[in-house]
Design a protein around this ligand. Structure first.
Ligand code: CO
Length: 679
């Protein structure tokens, strides 16, 4: 890069206009150039991760349109020749390296930056050049070992002398029958290659015998599945007057909601400064919301997989692996796309076109009543969807944030892609891995997502409580035995804030304002409504329990600290454990009337089934964050009738839509019958 470019300032359409704007390509470029000018880059320096340094909250609060934007970038650098890693903070505004911190990756509790894409290629190269691996493939009668796919996997942490404090990757082998064949259908069971990426060598090859490689293909493209069915009639989503949202840079306004869209290499999609308009006031709900980590631990005892526990954000980077989304396939309707900017291994900006999709969806009925005179009032629900997808090896994860007209925010995580399978002898039983296709055994595993909700319910001064609904013992307080009531347990400190969901008590967690009261004199509040499925099922003395301690409870809460971003710590790769939430909460800070961050764990526990093969239908999980006395009444009373916005019920929907003007039960029934005849 020439010196002219080194001095170029960030300006024009590529410049950030607001402190919360995602990184621009020009800023990534500039950060790299500043490090280069400062002599920090050598031919073996690589960029493991480039992230925006989040602005201080008061800087966001006091920012006015047109103010100068101070921007800093965190670059995590790896010298591939020495294995030394460092964090550099670069001011792209001033063109200076603000700090340089060498990571203590060789000292307990260790930890490594996320993998480089080039390390996956290096691992495959090393495996395929290894004579032991080639002998193992030959012994299995695999004809073309060079066509194999070598799946690169983070090693976890098991205290092995030749791995501790080093940059290690393991490789599992999958055969491909031809170039475009899905490798996941042909696992080469029992063959594990351990690689030191810095020394660029195979440490050892484990070979646990000769289970046959399943031969049936697992391809799912049109060529493999044959002619598509012709029975589905078209569905077109028409929004003839365009969408109801407005976009100004990263700022989005839709109905009562306003927020800023963010995106970064590690978390992918982020929502910032989410507010809900109530009268003339935009009231804060969330300062920031994202899914900064997830863990996929496997429950299989086999030597091939007992050690697997992917941390898809911290080890592999959700944003860097973000998909480019397509109209008509990923998203339907009138779409607004946001690009995502990340850095490649060399620190150069990479733009992921259409990384975030935003659109409106009709969502059925929002409210309805037929009164005593037979008059019906009904209004349709609509939601704004902000979504992204990331592909990490075999799995694909969608992150779908939903904003509803009634003040609810929800997140749905979609897990799809190819289940990770091993091979076994057909017809045998494995208590940790059901046979999902002949000879294909897919181990049980969990997908445990951790959402970070920097809540701001009417401001930063919030309180937290657990709310259960419980029956009351028959007696003086419950003479007829029918009574139940709600029970509020304040959560005042971090030590109290390690909670499990309890569906038998309809448990929710309440975030309330310390200062604001609603129409009935109660603190304004939101409820976090969990699904409450399994938390981490690994034993407390397991390696993954230490490393993914966050996944052992459904809810944690901490006092806000800008450095506390990642629930398994900054560098979970090959980390011995204990970082992140378990370390922070030792401070046992107060949560009473302060700036609170919730960490909510959710997600499916997956016992794979034949229907998940050869590609898995989406498995949904998530949570809702619902107003509970935040508003004084239903905020959607003023919705228009029908789907056409202001005005009356759409002609095309007819009387059977129960749009409210001419229906009684008898006319509805006759219209429905008429519809049947018409069609
Ligand atoms: Co799964």
């Amino acid at each position: 890069m020439d010196s002219h470019q080194h001095r170029s300032t960030v300006s024009g359409p590529q410049a950030a206009r607001h402190p919360l704007d995602p990184l621009t390509a020009a800023e990534v470029d500039r950060a790299r150039a500043v490090l280069d000018e400062a002599g920090r880059l050598t031919s073996t320096t690589r960029f493991a991760c480039v992230l925006p340094v989040e602005p201080a909250k008061d800087a966001v609060a006091t920012f006015s349109r047109g103010d100068a934007v101070e921007r800093e970038v965190l670059a995590v650098l790896l010298d591939t020749a020495t294995g030394e890693s460092a964090e550099a903070i670069v001011s792209v505004t001033r063109g200076t390296v603000e700090s340089w911190t060498v990571l203590r990756t060789t000292e307990h509790p260790y930890g490594q930056p996320a993998y480089l894409f080039e390390e996956y290629a290096l691992a495959e190269e090393l495996v395929k050049a290894d004579p032991e691996w080639r002998a193992a493939m030959e012994r299995r009668g695999i004809e073309d070992p060079d066509r194999a796919y070598c799946g690169p996997l983070a090693p976890g942490y098991f205290g092995r002398a030749d791995e501790v404090g080093r940059r290690i990757i393991r490789s599992l082998t999958f055969q491909r029958v031809h170039e475009d064949d899905s490798p996941w259908a042909h696992p080469v069971e029992g063959l594990i290659v351990h690689i030191d990426l810095t020394q660029r060598r195979v440490i050892r090859v484990e070979d646990h015998g000769d289970v046959p490689v399943p031969s049936a293909h697992g391809n799912y493209d049109a060529a493999a599945t044959g002619e598509a069915r012709a029975t589905l009639k078209p569905i077109e989503i028409l929004q003839p007057e365009g969408p109801s949202f407005t976009v100004d840079g990263s700022q989005v306004t839709w109905e009562n909601w306003s927020f800023r869209v963010g995106f970064n290499a590690r978390e992918g999609l982020v929502l910032n400064t989410v507010t809900f308009r109530d009268g003339d006031e935009d009231r804060p709900v969330l300062h920031r919301a994202s899914v900064p980590e997830m863990v996929v631990p496997y429950g299989d005892t086999s030597p091939t997989r007992f050690w697997i526990s992917y941390f898809d954000a911290g080890e592999y980077l959700l944003g860097k692996n973000g998909n480019s989304l397509t109209l008509g396939c990923d998203c339907l309707g009138v779409i607004h796309y946001f690009d995502g900017v990340v850095a490649d291994d060399h620190g150069n900006p990479v733009t992921i076109p259409q990384a975030i999709c935003m659109h409106e969806e009709d969502y059925g009925i929002l409210w309805k009543h037929t009164d005593l005179a037979g008059r019906t009032e009904v209004r349709r629900s609509r939601r704004l969807v902000i979504s992204s997808f990331s592909t990490i090896g075999n799995y694909d994860y969608g992150f779908f944030w939903y904003l509803y007209l009634d003040g609810t925010v929800a997140l749905e995580a979609k897990a799809t892609g190819i289940v990770f399978a091993g091979a076994g002898h057909p017809g045998t039983t494995n208590p940790h891995a059901p046979e999902i296709a002949p000879g294909v055994f897919a181990p049980v595993h969990q997908h445990l997502f951790c959402a970070r909700l920097d809540v701001a319910v009417d401001g930063d001064d919030n309180t937290l409580a657990e709310v259960d609904v419980i029956g009351v013992a028959t007696g003086e307080d419950n003479p007829h035995g029918n009574a139940f009531t709600w029970q509020v347990t304040p959560i005042r400190t971090e030590s109290e804030a390690a909670r499990l969901a309890d569906g038998s008590r309809s448990r929710v967690w309440e975030v309330a304002s310390s200062h604001r009261r609603n129409a009935v004199g109660k603190p304004t509040a939101y409820h976090l409504v969990p699904e409450g499925r399994s938390t981490l099922l690994a034993q407390p003395d397991s390696s993954v329990s230490s490393r993914a301690r966050f996944a052992t409870k459904h809810l944690w809460a901490t006092a806000f600290d800008p450095s506390e971003r990642f629930p398994a710590g900054d560098y979970p790769n090959a980390h011995a454990g204990g970082a992140g939430i378990p370390a922070w909460r030792e401070q046992n800070r107060s949560l009473d009337g302060t700036d609170i961050v919730l960490w909510h764990v959710f997600g499916p526990t997956h016992v794979p089934r034949p229907e998940d093969w050869p590609i898995m239908p989406v498995d949904y999980s998530g949570f809702a964050f619902k107003p509970y006395g935040f508003l004084d009444r239903n905020p959607a009373l003023d919705l228009p009738v029908g789907t056409r916005g202001a005005g009356a019920c759409a002609e095309s929907c007819g009387a059977s839509c129960a749009c409210g003007h001419h229906s009684s039960s008898s006319t509805s029934a006759s219209h429905q019958e008429k519809d049947h005849h018409d069609h």
